[in-house]
Design a protein. Structure first.
Length: 236
């Protein structure tokens, strides 16, 4: 199997994904501004920088915002990505013309303002909200908050929220040539299942696996099922 690299989501670092990464033999690439990765405000340049770090034919996985970056890398640097695993992914985080299954832009703007005012206070609400509908919502929320890496600086958080506001990958998705699996919680309130279904239809040959009673963090809500599907894809 080609080496596996994992891109985490916004705000939480790679702590919540650590157990899944260890089980799958994956290594992390931190998002810009997290860990030792320098901040890059431009999404396109950030995706290009990730592509430069990948050996040719790598397996690339991403969760949430990390899935959006992984999708962009696979579309724009196809030689670098041999397989693509998108966990709770979408092509556009906010609603746009022709893309209704997403967050209203005004809701994201309100959240961004609250993060700028007091990010530590907002983090538990953010995590609790994206686990709404999960059969293990309270336990998963507590586990994510326990495992989360320290919050990065405010400009790093704001950069990621700006990407979620502005980035639309519907043009990129059909350019993906790597075998692709989308793993998605049926009850995900942050990246609705309908968005994953539309994204899967845009990526040539992509498969979508839906985990019932699960929201935005399937690797913690249903870890055995998540790992089983991921291993079958990665080793298939």
């Amino acid at each position: 199997m080609k080496p596996l690299f994992i891109l985490p989501g916004w705000g939480l670092g790679h702590g919540p994904l650590q157990a899944a990464a260890a089980a799958l033999g994956g290594a992390f690439i931190d998002l810009p501004g997290y860990g030792e990765t320098p901040l890059e405000a431009d999404f396109d340049r950030a995706a290009a920088a990730i592509a430069e770090r990948l050996p040719e034919g790598s397996t690339l996985a991403g969760w949430s915002l990390g899935a959006m970056l992984a999708l962009a890398v696979a579309a724009r640097a196809p030689a670098k990505v041999g397989k693509l695993l998108l966990i709770a992914g979408t092509a556009s985080f906010v609603q746009r013309e022709g893309w209704p299954d997403a967050m209203p832009p005004a809701t994201l703007s309100e959240f961004a303002a609250a993060i700028a005012a007091d990010a530590p206070a907002m983090l538990p609400r953010f995590v609790g909200n994206f686990n709404r509908g999960d059969v293990r919502a309270k336990a998963v929320t507590a586990e994510i908050l326990r495992l989360a890496s320290p919050l990065p600086a405010g400009d790093v958080l704001a950069t990621g929220l700006g990407w979620l506001r502005d980035v639309d990958l519907r043009i990129d998705a059909p350019r993906v040539t790597a075998p692709t699996l989308l793993l998605h919680g049926a009850a995900d309130p942050l990246m609705p299942l309908a968005a994953a279904q539309t994204l899967a239809a845009l990526i040539p040959g992509a498969d979508l696996t839906v985990l019932d009673d699960c929201a935005h963090a399937p690797f913690l809500s249903r870890p055995d099922d998540f790992l089983g599907h991921a291993r079958a894809f990665l080793h298939g």
